[in-house]
Ligand binder design. Structure first.
Ligand SMILES: [Zn+2]
Ligand SMILES: [Zn+2]
Length: 249
């Protein structure tokens, strides 16, 4: 629904819809899904608490309140959910929708998962793996019956998620961030992001050349340069995502 690392007209912040009922990050939800579609959401898997990944949780909760029988699960590590509770759902920035309209009938529910432990939600299993960003951040291995994907979330150079992904037998796709052009590698490093050259090094750690790689989180103002630098990697398996892309795995 959004695959960019910032927002300008036509380019929305990162959020992916899996099987109609699960969101992977929630930077863009309510401006794309109808209210009917929003009511189908059961789970939101959160990579970290930067606004471009969480901002629509708040508006989604507001839109569906009183219309759902079950709460929407907010799935992430204890640390990340604690940041969300203390800084966003704190009755100051936004109402605490984990207690509204009632303690037992709230619209949102925290569902903490431990690093590297598998957690089943409906038809899929999520495994958080810590990545290297400026705040606590996690990527995910997401498994379905016959397939698995890896999602880096926002990360700079990191090792764990590639080690875990390399062992994933049914791995069918990688969703990896590239935020800045190669000329801004210093800023990418300092802000916990990747460039096209950085991605090439990271993919070397995965050691599987036949897996499709979908690139997201490009800063829209540098999109043209990033696309060119990705194409210069000369790897046909790497594709830069576009707004609205649908991928069957
Ligand atoms: Zn981001
Ligand atoms: Zn971030």
């Amino acid at each position: 629904m959004g695959c960019y690392g910032a927002e300008v007209p036509g380019y929305k912040a990162s959020s992916f819809l899996i099987n109609e009922d699960t969101l992977l990050d929630a930077g863009t939800v309510v401006s794309v899904l109808t209210v009917e579609e929003q009511l189908k959401i059961k789970n939101i898997i959160i990579s970290h608490t930067h606004l471009d990944h969480i901002k629509d949780i708040q508006f989604l909760a507001d839109n569906v309140i009183g219309k759902k029988d079950e709460p929407i699960n907010l799935i992430s590590t204890h640390g990340i959910l604690d940041i969300l509770r203390a800084n966003i759902l704190n009755n100051i920035i936004w109402p605490d929708f984990t207690t509204i309209p009632s303690q037992n009938g709230a619209v949102l529910k925290f569902l903490p998962v431990k690093g590297k432990e598998a957690c089943s939600i409906g038809d899929i299993t999520v495994i958080p793996v810590r990545v290297n960003h400026t705040v606590e951040a996690t990527g995910y291995i997401i498994r379905a019956k016959n397939s698995a994907i890896v999602y880096t979330g926002d990360t700079g150079c990191t090792d764990w998620i590639w080690e875990v992904a390399a062992k994933e037998k049914k791995l069918k796709a990688v969703f990896a961030e590239v935020s800045f052009p190669n000329s801004m590698a210093d800023l990418a490093d300092r802000s916990g992001h990747l460039t096209a050259e950085g991605l090439k090094k990271e993919l070397g750690k995965l050691g599987k050349q036949d897996i499709p790689v979908y690139v997201f989180h490009m800063k829209p103002q540098y999109l043209g340069i990033i696309e060119k630098e990705i194409s210069l990697l000369n790897n046909k398996k790497i594709k830069v995502l576009k707004q609205g892309d649908v991928i069957e795995i």
